[in-house]
Design a protein around this ligand. Structure first.
Ligand code: CA2
Length: 147
């Protein structure tokens, strides 16, 4: 299997995962999500570099820095999903295959969460499967990269 490297980006407040609002986001912590992704990646010969930030500019910088370092992006942009033209432009500018994931089903929630600025520049979106959304997203991204 061809070794691959992907960057996993977690947006604002996702550092609180497993510590607050378990009814919506589950009880698994972000460290556990990253461990599960790393383990799944190892099985598929994919290295996962995981970054969380509460700051839009840090996420933009991480996307820029992915160029030449990683072959794809797995992103849960959190609330920036619904607001950030900057993140969308960053993804467009690096032109790396990107999969958007969400823990909750954003279409079953408030109307303002129904629109994603990321979706039109992503190869696809997975929403509503909790931590599984990330693992399914990684699988989909790797499948796309390996063709
Ligand atoms: O469902 C998702 O994954 C979201 O991206 C999560 C975002 C939300 O703004 C999006 O609409 C959907 C919020 C992340 C907040 O994460 C928390 C985790 C635990 C406790 C509090 C917030």
């Amino acid at each position: 299997m061809r070794p691959l490297s992907v960057i996993v980006l977690h947006g604002p407040n996702l550092n609180l995962l497993g510590q607050r609002e378990p009814g919506i986001y589950g009880s698994v912590t972000l460290a556990e999500v990253n461990r599960l992704l790393t383990e799944e990646g190892q099985k598929q010969a994919v290295s996962c570099t995981c970054v969380q930030s509460n700051h839009e500019g840090v996420l933009v910088d991480s996307i820029h820095q992915a160029l030449g370092q990683h072959q794809g992006i797995l992103i849960n942009a959190g609330a920036y999903t619904h607001t950030s033209v900057a993140l969308r432009d960053a993804i467009t500018s690096v032109n790396l295959p990107t999969v958007e994931v969400h823990l909750s089903n954003i279409y079953r929630r408030e109307e303002f969460r129904h629109h994603s600025y990321i979706a039109p520049v992503a190869i696809g979106q997975i929403s509503g499967f909790g931590v599984q959304s990330y693992l399914l997203g990684l699988q989909a991204l790797v499948g796309h990269l390996r063709g």
